[in-house]
Write a protein of this length. Structure first.
Length: 321
């Protein structure tokens, strides 16, 4: 198949590009700064010659959007909104104008669309959409609004011959440098991988191999449209999540952090505490109901695999260096 990945140069794009290319597919990446073969220039806002890559393709997986790993200033939040909505809109325009449109368009979204909650898990049918919770920072609602507008841009696209799926993805865990697992592992190995603000907030995640498998599953399932949660079936409180990660790295102690300490750490890392403090208790209802079987449904086992791969990668780097 020919698969087009708009915005495919980030961590998740690299995971998909690597796996789909290894599976024998023709993968084309749309990026603002092409530097390799199979990369085509686009600006993420306007139609151009890049649209010719979508015409005649089989699958589009749009991953474009400004990274959420930044301070949530008004300017950065607006950039997050614009980059996601504009890219979804223009991908829809390219599909609508194609003589041979792709049969499926998978649009990246986020599990952040769901409410901050502890009492029950959010699936696609009964989950509570966030934005109106009491006792949380007001700007958390803007993150939810970004997700809703992102999905709405796909829904409104006039693409009658192309099936559309919104991927409400949790954090994708892979051993790649710079990804969320790499950052959390670095803190853990320094002895800083303890509970944050008590650690009761839920962490939703998905192993990179299950993420790829879920994408492949959704490409083949012509009966699935709309929002689908891409998250492992075992979300768990942050304190338990970090305990399992420490065990995988064989680090006996992880210093806890209060809320104000998390604020200082997030500032130093040029990130935001929403990524640490929001309780994302998300489960993959539609995937499970459709017969998808996770290889890594339990975080303890997933962490052991990811740590082993991270160690292997570092050994290979030392030998090649």
């Amino acid at each position: 198949m020919k698969i087009v990945l708009p915005g495919g140069t980030g961590q998740v794009g690299a995971i998909l590009d690597r796996a789909l290319t290894a599976a024998g597919h023709e993968v084309v990446v749309l990026t603002r700064a092409p530097g390799r073969e199979r990369e085509v220039r686009w600006d993420g806002r306007t139609l151009g010659e890049w649209a010719g890559e979508i015409d005649g393709s089989d699958v589009v997986v749009n991953l474009a959007g400004r990274s959420v790993s930044c301070r949530y200033t008004p300017a950065n939040l607006r950039a997050m909104m614009d980059s996601r909505v504009d890219s979804a809109r223009v991908v829809g325009e390219a599909i609508a104008g194609a003589a041979r449109p792709p049969r499926v368009w998978l649009q990246m979204s986020t599990a952040t669309v769901y409410a901050h909650r502890f009492d029950a898990a959010n699936d696609e049918a009964t989950g509570v959409i966030g934005g109106t919770e009491a006792g949380v920072p007001g700007y958390w609602g803007y993150s939810v609004e970004i997700a809703r507008n992102w999905e709405e841009a796909q829904e409104q696209a006039k693409t009658p011959h192309t099936r559309k799926v919104a991927l409400r993805a949790a954090m994708v865990m892979s051993p790649d440098r710079g990804g969320v697992f790499d950052v959390l592992s670095g803190l853990t190995r320094l002895g800083l991988g303890g509970a944050v603000a008590g650690g009761a907030q839920y962490v939703s995640w998905i192993h990179d191999r299950d993420f790829v498998r879920a994408v492949e599953f959704l490409v083949e399932r012509d009966d699935i449209t709309g929002a689908v949660n891409l998250a492992a079936p075992g979300p768990l409180p942050q304190r338990e999540f970090m305990r399992a990660l420490r065990a995988a790295w064989r680090v006996p102690v992880g210093l806890p952090a209060t809320k104000w300490m998390a604020e200082i750490g997030a500032f130093a890392l040029r990130s935001d505490t929403e990524l640490l403090l929001k309780s994302r208790r998300v489960v993959p209802g539609r995937l499970l109901d459709s017969g998808f079987a996770f290889e890594y449904g339990d975080w303890a086992g997933a962490a052991v695999d990811l740590v082993g791969r991270a160690r292997d990668g570092r050994r290979r780097s030392r030998r090649s260096g």
